[in-house]
Structures are given as structure tokens and as C-alpha cells.
Design a protein around this ligand. Sequence first.
Ligand code: COA
Ligand code: AMP
Length: 630
Amino acid sequence: MSRYHEVYQSWCDDPIGFWGKAAAEIDWAEPWTSVFNPDGGIYGLWFEGAQCNTCYNCLDRHVENGRGDQAALIYDSPITDTKRTLTYSQLLDEVATLAGALQTQGIEKGDRVILYLPMIPEAAVAMLACARIGAVHSVVFGGFAAAELATRIDDARPKAILTASCGIEPNRIVEYKPLLDEAVNLATHKPDFCVVFQRSQSVAELTPGRDFDWGEFVSEAQPADCVMVAATDPLYILYTSGTTGVPKGVVRDNGGHMVALKWTMKNIYGMDPGDIYWAASDVGWVVGHSYIVYAPLLQGCTTILFEGKPVGTPDAGTFWRVISEHGVAAMFTAPTAFRAIKKTDPDGKFIKNYDLSKFRTLFLAGERADTDTIQWAERHLGVPVLDHWWQTETGWAIAANPVGLGTLPVKYGSPTVAMPGYDVRVVDEAGIEVSDGDIGVIVVKLPLPPGCLPSLWQNDERFRESYLETFEGYYETSDAGYKDEDGYLYIMARTDDIINVAGHRLSTGGMEEVLSSHPDVAECAVIGKADALKGQVPLGFIVINAGVNRPTEEIEQECVKLVRQKIGPVAAFKLAIVVTGLPKTRSGKILRGTMRCIADNESYKMPATIEDASVLDAISDTLKNRGLVA
Ligand code: COA
Ligand code: AMP
């Protein structure tokens, strides 16, 4: 029998008491003056007045309590054929030393440090080192191009950038140094210094006067003590796609974040100290922040940092090898990773080669989990496969099936129920709640729980406009869906122009901005087309300027190249198609929804306000001729 309903009700009855109790799991240097101050910040502030340190709670206190010899982090990198285990004591030493080196170079509480790092232990070390001295880290995913890094440099204005010589993808080595140089060149703000971790796969040439070699940087450093910060001080900024090409700087605080994540490890994921936990994501995403680094360490678990892919490194059995070799109890990944495995090994033959007896639960998130994939995983792994729903902004699950409270019955297509902290409503455009089963916009009644973003980095106005203005008193998730009679949520689609490609959140608006910058493009529209592996892939429609006589294929290829150059390979933008016109309403609004239906071969209702319906037929014919629609 699950305790979920009882626990959720206890939160409804006394939210302050609920989080005050959860906060007892964290070590504080100074207690709070209020668990929640509704008059602080934009919608209130959690644990105001408290002083704490996130790194202390992740590392020092475990070492002080006798956990020093336990593995804190296992680096498993099939792509480089490397494995390395760091105990809590060893990780603490590395973190304190890097923190000391950063302090020596003038990094202080509140300074920003950008981390542009691949999936190597140094990424986690750098995050924790910043946390230790109160510096605010901002991790930038390695699959983004220099221009994206430059935008983040100009917004975060970092004193330092920590990077590596390269990242490694199955088909190529990604040299980070040229990307870093180009980004620093493009950005108006310049960092005081950079630190480069040299990997043997490719050694970078350092820029004299600006760059330190990582090894030398830490070699003489004295370990730094923890610097106490206010619970409400920022721990990190993580940029995520907004509706334009300018990403949103999601801010995470220290105190509320620790309280919420620690609560989730036991109650949602069912993890005890000493358990082995694996989030197969990347430190560049929120899942990596919350569940590769902070939450497992707060809970005294061992976390796995995996540098590889679900297939091809070396085969579709990699996940099972990692689970069996390290005794993983729970794994968290995106459905797309399982679709990739299922496609390569449909009968799950690789699974039979490994002992998965310690494996208890598989968690999925990041995109809609399709029933086929869930059932395939259930059948072959023989453990509960639980979908849960959240966003970069929330930092932890809005809806989940909480293992620690007792798993609820699984309903395929639903990430299950709202977690304590979240009063989730489904409303119509006027903000009126719709009936069970009816689709509407999903909103969360304010205040958001601890761990969610208090604002966007130095942009309260954009925070209010993006999330709080449409429905007064509510946070707008920008997801649409419905609730059933048992309170189960179903997340169906985004209400904005964000698409989800292989579990990565991308802005079609951002891609349109890039396409429009091509000199021959008159106008364009990008939509997310359904894809059996990645969930969605971007598809760009371009109309070329009158009088341009170059071959259209040439322009299409240039457009594809341009998006890769400006946004990065992670955009997975491979399809740009020249069309004669875009469907529009009489007021000039591009009918992207109708184009998506055509691209996905779905039936659609002819919009009454369409200016010229023949454009739709032309698009349909073009897609058929290209073999993109049957
Ligand atoms: N640095 C540089 N390039 C990167 C990168 C990184 N860290 N991560 C991905 N890329 C590149 C890939 O090499 C690929 O480039 P290509 O166009 O030259 O082939 C491109 O970005 C697209 O990557 P991706 O969408 O990941 O596709 P893929 O074909 O390489 O792999 C999957 C497909 C399904 C195996 C892969 O997406 C995957 O493992 N997904 C898991 C999802 C995940 O971790 N989500 C995080 C949220 S939980
Ligand atoms: P990100 O901020 O990158 O984590 O992306 C968040 C978005 O991914 C959400 O707003 C949803 O649109 C989508 N998403 C995340 N998890 C799920 C899920 N379990 N089911 C459906 N959509 C999801």
C-alpha cells in the first residue's frame, strides 16, 4: 500500500511544516529565520536567513561521518576504455584543491565560472569546487556551438572558464579549444582566465596569458575550506531554450535545492546511503546537475558518471554491463536511449549476458515515454519502469511514481501523480480549471516548492513574463495535457515552440533566427517532425528570395550547415526544404501546427483563417516527393 496519498495530504495541510521537517536532513551553519517568506523574492523565498554550503553537505559531512572510503563517483567511459573510482575522501581532496586554486586566482563568493566540459570526473569536481567557495557555476553542454557559448558568456559574465582539450563522440573528437577561442572572441565580456584539462586523445595549445593547464593549476594549490553562503544565494545558472535564440538562465539556490533533492532520493527514487545510482545523462543538462552530481552525493550514494552512448560504445549491451559491473540499484535516462537500444537489439539478447540482480528500478524522463518502449523495458528487465515529468526550471520531478513512498499502479502514457510541493492544475486559456480528461494548459499554483527556480539570472522581468503573467498566481509549465479521475497527469505537448529532440530541449524559434540570417532566405518556419528514435527532429521550411537563381539544394545544404555552426550538432538539424510559400493566416501568422500535421501524416482541420490553402498542397507534394511523407 503506497503512502503517497497520506504524504501528499500532509504537505497540503502544512507545507511549511512539511519542508521544515525535510530540511532537518541537511546540515546548516545557521538556521533559517523563516522556512518560507512569501514576501521575499518574486513569489517568496525558501529558508531565508539560513547559512549553508552545498559542497559540505555533498562531501565533507559524509567523510566526517565515516563514509570517506566509500566510492562517491565511478567514472565509466567505454568510449575511451577508462574506469576510475573516487572515494568520498578522494573526491573531497580533489574538490578542495581545485577550489583553493580558484580562490588563489581571485574567484570569490558570487563570481560566475563557466564550465565547458565533457563527461569526465573533472566536470563534477569543478561544479563542487565552485559550490565550495560560493562561486556560481554555469555548465554549458559540449554539443553547443561557439555562438551559443558566447551568448552564455555575455549573460553570465564569468571571471573564469574551465574546459578540456576535447570531448569524444563515436564518430569524431570534438576539439573544445577552438570553440572556446571563437566564443571568447565573439563575446563582449572576456573572462580573466581559462583552465584547460588536457586529455590524451587531443592536447590543446594553450593561449599564453589567459590559459592555465589544469594539472599545473592545481599542483601547488592549498585546499580551500567551505565558504558559507545564504540558502537563497545562487548555486548555479543553467541555460535552457526559450522561445527566442536567447536562452533563459535558470537560477538554482543552495538551501531549497538541497532540501528538495535530498527528499527526492529517498522518497521518489527509493535510494539509501551506500546505494549505487546512475543517471545516464550529461552534466550539461538539468538531469546531470540534479542526479549525476548533487542528489546522489547529498544522499551518500555512489554516482556513476558515464561517458558513452547507449549503442555503439561498444554495443547495445553497454547499459547492462554498467549496471551489473557496478551493482546499480536505480537508473535514470531518457526514453530515446531505450529506443536506440530496442532498435539495435529488439529481442534484448545482450541483457541475458549480465547479472542484473541488484537492479531495482528504471526511471525515465526528459520527453514523453511511449508505451512500446516502457513495455519493452519492463519485459526484458523485469523491474518497474517509471516515467516522471519535470523541467530544467523545476530541478526535480513535478509528477512521479514515488518508489520510496510505495509505488502506485502504472498507467501507460502518464508520469503518474503530482509530488508534494506541486499543486498542479489543468486550465483553459482563461485560467479556468477544465474537467478531468479534458486537455488544457498545465500550471502549478504558486509558490513553487524548494529547489525550483527563484528567477532567471539577473532578469526578473523575463521570469515574470515567461512564467507568471499569463495565469495570475500560477507558474505556467508550457506543457499541455490532462488529468484523469485518479489525479494521474498526462503530458501531451508543449504550448510554445520548444521541441524535444533525443531528450534535448531545443527552440525552433532559435533555429528560425539562424535560417533567416542566410542571405537568400526570405522567410522560414521550423517544426518538430515525429521521429521513431529521437521523438522529434527539426524540419525547416524555407522560402528563398525572388531573383535568386542558385540551385535550391545548395541553399538547403548551406542552411543545414549554418544551424550546426551557430547552434551546434545537438540541434540535429539535417532537413531544410525549399518551398514556394508558407501557410499563413490572413493576419500573417505562420500555421506551424498545420505544417506539423502534414509532415507527420496526421489529419488536420483546414484553418478557417488561412490566406491561401494551395500552399498546403504544395508543401504536402514537396514532402511526398522527398520521401518524407508516405
Ligand atoms: N559534444 C559534442 N557533440 C555532441 C555531444 C557532445 N556532448 N552530444 C551529442 N553530440 C552530437 C552528436 O555527435 C551528433 O552529431 P552528428 O550530427 O555529427 O552525428 C549530434 O550531436 C546529435 O546528437 P544526438 O541527438 O544525441 O544523436 P546521436 O545520434 O548521437 O545519438 C541517442 C542518439 C539516442 C543514442 C542519444 O541521443 C542518446 O543517448 N540520448 C540520451 C538522451 C539524454 O541523455 N538526454 C538527456 C536528458 S535526460
Ligand atoms: P528540460 O527542461 O530539458 O528538462 O525539458 C523539459 C520538457 O521536456 C518538459 O516541459 C516537457 O515538455 C518534456 N518532458 C520532460 N519529461 C517529460 C515526461 N516524462 N513526459 C512528457 N514530457 C516530458
